[in-house]
Design a protein around this ligand. Structure first.
Ligand code: ZN
Length: 260
């Protein structure tokens, strides 16, 4: 009787182990995204996904917060909120996001970025290095930068204006000879309307106190790590505003204005 019970327990443990493992497997190399970039461009700035829930989908990524209250950056499982004063804080798990992309970061490739490399030069170098432009890549750059220019966005009150109106007078921040981490993604061209095609990067200073959405940078001494990501999981908002929004329009021109 005792022997049979022991066998039953070990079968149970085996099933539990397989269950946990398949879950972990399902989450790696997956970009999980909340809402769409066109919904954000249209002024849908409130979502239902909490930071606590978002952390269940990854330890690395970027996005924004409800009411467009700053830039989000996630790495090593920690979420940072860089508000319009350029200051980085660690928001509570109940804080919500209307738009975010996260993954579990595991580097597949690592390379040294040459001194004086700029953002457009880095894009070209990485484009030459990657095996295809048709999957997602998570990018982490760690090092010292001779220059980083970032922006953040001011928190909005209803009725919300489209994003391109808000970024017209966005606060920008200039860092010089600064240690820090850049995190972000390279998305394929075919994600138009859903995410940002090409490179989208956010920056956090080494002391964790400042940063923002990256507009420009120049490397002094840095290493880039890339995580090839070929699975994509999209979580669409389950609310009246998203259901009622007209998302049929091509907003690529707006996106270019907002991103750069
Ligand atoms: Zn951004």
């Amino acid at each position: 009787m005792k022997k049979r019970f022991g066998k039953l327990i070990s079968v149970f443990i085996l099933i539990l182990f397989l269950f946990i493992n398949t879950r972990a497997f399902a989450q790696t190399d997956t970009l999980t995204q909340v809402s769409t970039i066109n919904a954000l461009l249209s002024g849908i700035y409130d979502g239902e996904m909490t930071i606590g829930e978002l952390k269940q989908h990854g330890d690395f990524g970027l996005g924004t917060f409800n009411g467009l209250d700053g830039e989000m950056l996630v790495f090593d499982g920690q979420v940072y909120q860089i508000t319009s004063d350029g200051v980085a804080r660690q928001p509570g798990n109940n804080t919500k996001t209307p738009f975010a992309s996260v993954t579990y970061f595991e580097a597949d490739q690592k390379f040294i970025i040459q001194p004086d490399t700029t953002f457009p030069e880095f894009e070209k170098q990485m484009d030459n290095l990657i095996p295809t432009q048709n999957i997602f890549y998570a990018i982490r750059i760690e090092g010292v930068f001779s220059k980083v220019k970032t922006r953040s966005v001011p928190v909005q009150k209803k009725p919300y204006q489209p994003l391109k109106e808000i970024t017209k007078d966005q606060p920008t921040f200039d860092f010089q000879d600064i240690e820090g981490t850049i995190v972000g993604f390279r998305c394929p061209d075919f994600v138009k309307g859903i995410n940002v095609p090409g490179y989208h990067l956010h920056f956090l200073t080494g002391d964790g106190k400042a940063g923002g959405h990256v507009l420009k940078f120049m490397v002094r001494k840095a290493v880039a790590e890339i995580d090839q990501t070929s699975k994509f999981f999209l979580i669409l908002p389950d609310d009246v505003e998203f259901y009622g929004a007209d998302l049929s329009e091509d907003k690529q021109a707006d996106l270019k204005q907002v991103e750069k």
